[in-house]
Design a protein around this ligand. Structure first.
Ligand SMILES: Cc1ncc(COP(=O)(O)O)c(C=O)c1O
Length: 476
């Protein structure tokens, strides 16, 4: 990969600081002077500036930010790329607004992040959902296949977009993305991809290809998830003969703050530079360290490691125990993983470069202790639920959000909710993928999963009372 050593945002901020500026402008902390934050945090505030002369404007980039976004676009081979300061969340909202108006149909992969469902509600689009197959290896809902897309397009030939999540939170990428994009483009339907977990795919090697390189029209990346960027720092890329990037820019202007954080933009510039300067030898180091870590994990008795398509993700299981119980013990030893589910914990590895030390060996010692502590306890007595998705379903909401919001609601015990319509989404968090969508008719599998998640003390967002075992449903 071509090395690009320049970081225009960071350079411009450095030059600005050298001028020892006296602040008579926002933000009110005056280059950190008035801040009472701990020193480690306060010291960064001298870079937390605003649209001053020479520091450009994210919403009308013409200087260093245009340069930085151009370098981003060069790296990802897009037509236009944008810095996002409100996460992939704002990227998902903007991409949906760019393609659909109230009443338009969109085809959506059902195991999407809640921001995609929020975008549906805000745009007034009418979703046709595809529930992908259950992925046996990772015990999660996987990716859609081209046959499902074909059926969905037959059901909704007027669809304004196909909205996919790739790779999934758990690193499942499948191998049908290229065929799906081709199929959609044959019908002139744009493909919008929430690739929040795939900003690093651009480094190539053993990582799955980015959907952008496979021809997707819009791709959104949480740079902060897998590249070394600050939380919220994200990218959006457009390369399409079906969508004008100016439409995306138009909505980003409305949906993003008029005072985007220069710390976040500096961090985005840095993350882009990190990926752009990632070499084959860095990748070799990453793979070597990863293999040694996996070997170490596998020597711990009862531990099983699952390797999904994306080598940056690992799943760890301990036979007889839920992921929730494992997570608790890992945390007592100071090991913090991304999330737990009934089967396992999800580990996100560092995208290491040569010369960076990551405490893998120390982690193995702590993980071993955590597993020993776990196994000293009684095995988890909760039955693991059956597959959440059959992969057969292409369906619609029973009630669309605009109509749902007008209905009265009531709390109903989880034991008698089958057949009712959920008043709001119910979302285990993380991962933020709704188990149940507002407007969805509740089936046996939903009820089974909700019951099991509640028994395992999972954390939820949404209208659920875990102690009373009740959820809010619409009165039809
Ligand atoms: C698949 C997916 N899409 C979008 C998002 C939202 O990303 P952000 O936190 O960058 O707003 C997340 C966050 O977890 C996610 O997992």
């Amino acid at each position: 990969m071509k090395q690009d050593m320049s970081r225009p945002v960071i350079q411009a901020l450095g030059e600005f600081k050298k001028r020892q500026p006296i602040s008579f402008h926002v933000p009110g902390h005056k280059n950190g002077l008035l801040s009472t934050l701990p020193e480690e945090i306060r010291s960064a505030l001298s870079y937390d500036v605003t649209e001053l002369s020479g520091l450009d404007d994210l919403h009308e980039p013409a200087g260093m930010l245009r340069d930085a976004e151009q370098r981003l676009s060069d790296l990802y081979q897009s037509e236009r790329s944008f810095f996002l300061v409100n996460g992939s969340t704002v990227g998902n909202l903007a991409m949906m607004f760019a393609v659909c108006s109230p009443g338009d149909t969109v085809i959506v992969q059902r195991n999407a992040h809640k921001s995609v469902f929020h975008a549906i509600e805000l745009t007034g689009a009418r979703p046709v959902f595809i529930s992908p197959d259950w992925d046996e290896e990772t015990q999660t809902i996987g990716t859609v296949c081209s046959l499902q897309i074909k059926k969905a397009i037959e059901m909704a030939p007027d669809a304004k977009a196909v909205v996919l999540t790739y790779p999934t939170y758990y690193g499942v990428a499948g191998n049908e993305m290229a065929a799906i994009i081709e199929q959609c483009h044959e019908q002139s339907i744009p493909v919008l991809v929430d690739e929040a977990h795939g900003a690093h795919l651009v480094v190539g090697g053993s990582f799955p290809p980015s959907a952008l390189s496979l021809g997707a029209d819009i791709v959104v990346h949480s740079a902060h998830k897998t590249l070394p960027a600050m939380t919220m720092a994200s990218f959006l890329h457009v390369r399409s003969s079906l969508i004008d990037p100016r439409r995306v820019a138009h909505y980003l202007k409305m949906l993003q703050s008029s005072s985007p954080s220069y710390l976040l933009m500096a961090s985005l510039d840095d993350a882009r530079h990190y990926a752009a300067s990632y070499l084959a030898e860095d990748h070799e180091v990453f793979l070597r360290e990863r293999s040694a870590f996996i070997r170490g994990l596998c020597t711990i008795s009862s531990v099983e490691v699952v390797e999904p398509d994306d080598p940056l993700k690992l799943l760890m299981r301990v036979e007889g125990y839920t992921g929730f119980a494992l997570l608790e013990k890992l945390e007592t030893e100071g090991i913090f993983v991304e999330l737990a589910d009934p089967f396992q914990v999800l580990i996100i590895l560092p995208l290491l470069k040569k010369g960076t030390h990551f405490p893998f060996e120390e982690s193995l010692v702590k993980i071993k202790t955590a597993v020993t502590l776990l196994k000293a306890e009684a095995m988890s007595d909760v039955a693991k639920p059956s597959a959440l998705s059959t992969g057969e379903e292409i369906g619609m909401l029973a009630i669309f959000p605009a109509d749902l919001n007008r209905l009265e609601t009531e709390w109903v015990s989880i034991d008698s909710v089958i057949g009712r319509v959920a008043a709001n989404s119910i979302i285990p968090y993380p991962p933020g993928i709704p188990l149940l969508l507002g407007g969805e008719r509740i089936n046996e599998r939903h009820a089974e999963w909700l019951t099991q998640y509640m028994k395992m003390n999972a954390k939820f967002q949404g209208t659920i009372q875990t102690e009373q075992r009740k959820i809010l449903v619409a009165i039809e």
